[in-house]
Ligand binder design. Sequence first.
Ligand SMILES: C[S@@+](CC[C@H](N)C(=O)[O-])C[C@H]1O[C@@H](n2cnc3c(N)ncnc32)[C@H](O)[C@@H]1O
Length: 163
Amino acid sequence: MEQYRAFEWEPKDFKLETTTIWSFKDRGKWATHSGEYRGNWSPYIPRNLIIRYSKEDDIVLDPFLGSGTTLIETKLLKRKGIGVDINPEAINIARKKLAFNINPEYEPIIYNLDARNLYALPDNSVDLICAHPPYANIIKYSKGIKGDLSQMNIAEFLQEIFL
Ligand SMILES: C[S@@+](CC[C@H](N)C(=O)[O-])C[C@H]1O[C@@H](n2cnc3c(N)ncnc32)[C@H](O)[C@@H]1O
């Protein structure tokens, strides 16, 4: 028999992390979150960052958007989300996951850009950055998009991410 889970828009019994070591009872399946995008982060991570370090209506940037985990949380938590990814395929995935009608006035803005050059954003226009960059070249996120940090060897990756 097919199994159905009750659909939840918020995590049940959510408690803000209080120490520097975070541990979650599961990866988090509320709203449209799922673990399909390789190496995506548990939604508990951006939820903790956003609640602890920003307030309603603040502008929250994720410069490595991926499947949109952070922006799902900004929309649910009434922050103005901005997402950037160099890969248009990631942006398509994120847009599908953001196609829900909770808090539609907090629909995020998404740019297909290189995080190393955020010319579209004015200086001092962001309140919080939640960044989950590629794991150096361990997971390749594209088939050779120029500027994709996951295509670079370790020396190039370190140079580009830290300088
Ligand atoms: C670890 S994934 C982010 C996953 C995301 N936190 C999620 O939950 O889906 C890293 C992302 O960085 C993107 N990326 C790689 N190089 C980039 C660059 N130079 N600028 C912007 N995005 C980049 C990849 O396309 C990939 O989607």
